[in-house]
Design a protein around this ligand. Structure first.
Ligand SMILES: C[S@@+](CC[C@H](N)C(=O)[O-])C[C@H]1O[C@@H](n2cnc3c(N)ncnc32)[C@H](O)[C@@H]1O
Length: 260
């Protein structure tokens, strides 16, 4: 995934689901990430055309939402975004002055909560290629990144979060809030344990960790679908090829772009 310079596929998928959910006419169940729709344009959607969410923006909203793959994803993102937004606000109001977003993907909180976070250092952590792509999209779609955001590249399977944080200017004496949204299920156990150890070692008392995780059943389900892990990309393509072969000749999926 990293070698080809393309962004993480799952980071596009989740942002696309937030973007589509932000078009919901009923404000009571609308995804609050109104900036995702500006970040995820035709070029990004072209990377995920094999998922129904990739085509949803071209369809009538209500009609697209009748597809279980679309509404299930959009509602999952609604709950996730709102829940984490609310707890992040509480942590910052409670005194956290550093916000660390692990596997940030196309997270827009530093922009959406610019006023609340103006005195908070925001450190976005992700694969370098995903970050570079995101920085270009932010510049093109949202303008200058706020001065308080630092982009720090990492591969959780190879690098220590503690070192990456120190290089990014993180101060362990300051109360912090960590967001780990949609990430733990893609990082092998050893890398995730190391990351959690670093958080425990680096954090001042009263810091907050907002961590989304799957139970074993959820993880088993996930292995049936392509993920950010190169092995799962191959698995996902193999599954699509098998499905296409069952569907008949001439229906093979386009060859892998390297993003799953
Ligand atoms: C499902 S996306 C979630 C992105 C964002 N947090 C969201 O909720 O939209 C998973 C993110 O984890 C990052 N990620 C996965 N494995 C990683 C690794 N080993 N090192 C660094 N980042 C990783 C991907 O680049 C991607 O941005």
């Amino acid at each position: 995934m990293e070698a080809n310079g393309l962004p993480s596929r799952t980071s596009i998928l989740t942002a696309a689901a937030r973007a589509f959910g932000s078009r919901e006419p009923d404000v009571s169940v609308r995804n609050p990430d109104w900036l995702a729709d500006r970040l995820i344009g035709p070029a990004e959607l072209a990377l995920i055309t094999d998922h129904p969410i990739g085509n949803a923006p071209d369809r009538d909203f209500q009609e697209a939402m009748r597809d279980p793959d679309v509404f299930g994803f959009v509602w999952l993102m609604l709950v996730r975004t709102r829940f984490i937004d609310e707890l992040m606000v509480r942590a910052v109001r409670g005194g956290a002055t550093q916000l660390v977003i692990l596997g940030a993907g196309f997270d827009t909180r530093v922009h959406r909560f610019a006023e609340l976070l103006q005195d908070t250092t925001v450190i976005e952590i992700d694969y370098g290629a995903t970050q570079e792509y995101k920085k270009c999209r932010v510049a093109a779609a949202l303008g200058d990144a706020p001065a308080n955001v630092v982009y720090a590249p990492i591969d959780f399977t190879r690098e220590s979060l503690g070192e990456v944080l120190r290089r990014a200017g993180f101060q362990s004496g300051r109360k912090s809030c960590y967001i780990c949204e949609g990430v733990s299920m893609y990082v092998p156990e050893a890398g995730m344990k190391e990351t959690l150890r670093a958080i425990a070692a680096e954090s001042a008392p009263g810091s907050t960790l907002l961590l989304e995780y799957l139970n074993r059943g959820g993880l088993e389900l996930l292995t049936k679908y392509p993920t950010d892990d190169p092995e799962c990309h191959r698995l996902g393509r193999a599954v699509r090829v098998r499905r296409a072969r069952r569907a008949g000749p001439g229906v093979l999926p386009r060859s892998g772009s390297g993003v799953g």
